[in-house]
Design a protein around this ligand. Structure first.
Ligand code: ADP
Length: 542
């Protein structure tokens, strides 16, 4: 027997219609590429997204056609999020920090028909346009009078001219909620990048889960700042979840340095922000050096790579900002776990509670987790036994775009490539990427533990731990360290700092001082590059 409830497909257009109708005057604030601040409302987003939809119709784009973006977090990008997906086309967000050749490769693989870009990226477009065979129109995200004349790019138009010619009179089409809505390629550190193709259903369900109190806990009373880019897994879904609850949305544009982010947070009374640890480190450095305080910021989601414990305590204890450590992947839309405490943890000491906060957290409804040992069996949730982490759920990838790489699932579960423990309360802790785990004398050493410990030293800005071949132990860890400007610490002092904080055999054999740790296109450490840099390195113990 079927239930007798109305059957509305879960479509992304319903999010912007809701925000426009129920939070029509809710503010959207963006720092533009030009440096000035732009303000308007959810109602304006809806109207201009409809102009985008009409512009795509005028170009003759079919349902399912891809529209690429190379853009910062800003209002025009937001309009494309809704106008492209809402009109049944697929929004393909491209990471502009990739090399031009990689960008062209991705645009060709996705068969983008139109490519919209911020003016920051004009030189990239000039370098690649001749190689992008499927792109028939280039749209510069700027006012008509900001478009230079002699770019050499054919079929180039300013966004304002492009949508300005269209009316906002448009009815969103209604279609199957499993229709593709947006496309995001994984960084491709091993082999070519692969596309994760999200659907309207997966995106709306993910937004429902993201706003739950034990997840991001977003509401209409929040002023929310996604520092995480809209080209990086849809800014962790915030353009959708902010619309779902009618939060004020504040977008930083290209200005991601500590000063710019801090000033935006203060002027827009930001209560909630989300980003990767490297960005928060820049912010904390700026705030610390200038003796500042956060006057409105209440909580921040940190994820994308392991959040150093020192960062969690700095935010909480120095500034009264709650940190939600979160874990996910492009293939998971991206949210999998967030770390919020349970009622039973109220009776614990602050130190015990902090130890839990360092973990990547509990699954949100919709995501299931399991860890699997080398023998293929599921491992116990005891907080000590580690295994390969698998996930399943309605916003987790079933296969890659164009079926690249074949069927990735194993018995319906997606292998994350992470190694983790899960404790009896369901709190998951990532030990490593499986390829970064250090195998020493048959035991595994967590490179994340080594890095977190090193970053607890006041002189250390960033640390990366890698394994070096060893004839007796297989591998031994060393830690590459970049110091804070002006700070000093010796190799011996730093090695001593590990004593008592880790088991003896887990302490790195050596410290290598470097000017900076190589960072990839999504703000994560590039250990492959570091290994290359240290290719002639020899362990001192050999
Ligand atoms: P994203 O960076 O948006 O999470 P990616 O697909 O680029 O997505 O990378 C996913 C990988 O990043 C995970 O498999 C994991 O290795 C790592 N990662 C993400 N969040 C964390 C975290 N909080 N702690 C440790 N590693 C993390």
């Amino acid at each position: 027997m079927l239930g007798l409830m109305q059957n509305h497909p879960l479509l992304i257009s319903s999010l912007i219609d809701f925000a426009a109708r129920h939070h029509g005057d809710g503010q959207i604030v963006s720092r533009r590429v030009e440096g000035d601040i732009h303000r308007y409302t959810w109602k304006d987003v809806q109207q201009r997204a409809k102009q985008v939809a009409n512009a795509l119709n005028a170009e003759g784009l079919n349902a399912g056609d891809r529209v690429g973006t190379l853009a910062w977090n800003g209002y025009r990008h937001l309009e494309l999020y809704y106008g492209v997906s809402g009109s049944e086309r697929v929004l393909h967000t491209i990471n502009p920090r990739l090399l031009p050749d990689q960008i062209a490769w991705i645009a060709n693989h996705a068969e983008d028909q139109i490519l919209c870009f911020d003016m920051t990226f004009l030189p990239i477009i000039q370098a690649i346009h001749a190689h992008c065979k499927t792109v028939k129109k280039w749209v510069a995200l700027c006012d008509a009078d900001k478009l230079p004349q002699d770019t050499g790019i054919p079929n180039l138009v300013s966004y304002e001219d492009w949508i300005g010619a269209q009316s906002a009179n448009y009815s969103w089409p209604v279609f199957d909620e499993n229709t593709a809505s947006s496309l995001c390629y994984t960084s491709g550190t091993t082999g070519n990048p692969k596309g994760a193709l999200y659907s309207h259903r997966s995106t709306v369900l993910h937004a429902f889960a993201a706003v739950l109190p034990d997840a991001m806990g977003l509401s209409a009373s929040d002023s929310a700042l996604p520092v995480v880019p809209m080209f990086h897994v849809n800014a962790w879904g915030m353009p959708y979840s902010a619309a779902m609850v009618g939060a004020k949305l504040v977008m930083p544009g290209p200005a991601m340095d500590g000063k710019s982010i801090y000033e935006l947070m203060e002027s827009e009374k930001v209560t909630f922000a989300a980003g990767v640890p490297t960005v928060w480190q820049m912010l904390l450095n700026y705030v610390g050096q200038n003796n500042l305080k956060f006057s409105s910021l209440k909580r921040t989601v940190i994820g994308g790579s392991a959040c150093p414990p020192a960062m969690i305590t700095a935010f909480r204890e120095k500034y009264g900002v709650d940190v939600l450590h979160a874990w996910g992947m492009t293939e998971m839309s991206p949210l999998g776990t967030l770390c919020t405490l349970k009622e039973k943890h109220k009776s614990l000491s602050e130190a015990e509670r902090n130890a839990i906060r360092m973990k990547q957290g509990r699954a949100i409804y919709g995501v299931d987790l399991k860890i699997v040992g080398a023998d293929g069996t599921e491992q116990p949730w005891d907080g000590a036994t580690y295994g390969d982490l698998y996930v399943t759920g309605p916003w987790i990838l079933a296969s890659y775009f164009k079926n690249e790489g074949g069927d990735p699932l194993e018995d319906g579960w997606f292998p994350t490539g992470d190694v983790a423990t899960i404790d009896a309360d369901g709190f998951m802790q990532i030990t490593d990427r499986s390829k970064d785990v250090i195998k020493s004398g048959g035991e595994w050493i967590s490179s994340i533990d080594v890095e977190n410990t090193a970053m607890g030293h006041p002189a250390v800005a960033m640390a990366a731990c890698i394994g070096m071949p060893h004839p007796k132990w297989d591998e031994r860890p060393i830690v590459a360290v970049a110091l804070k400007p002006g700070a000093e610490v010796s190799r011996e002092e730093l090695l001593k700092f590990f004593e008592g904080k880790m088991a003896k055999w887990q302490i790195p054999d050596d410290v290598v001082f470097v000017d900076s740790i190589p960072i990839g296109a999504t703000g994560k450490m590039l250990k492959t590059k570091l290994r290359e840099q240290l290719r002639d390195y020899k362990l001192p113990t050999l």
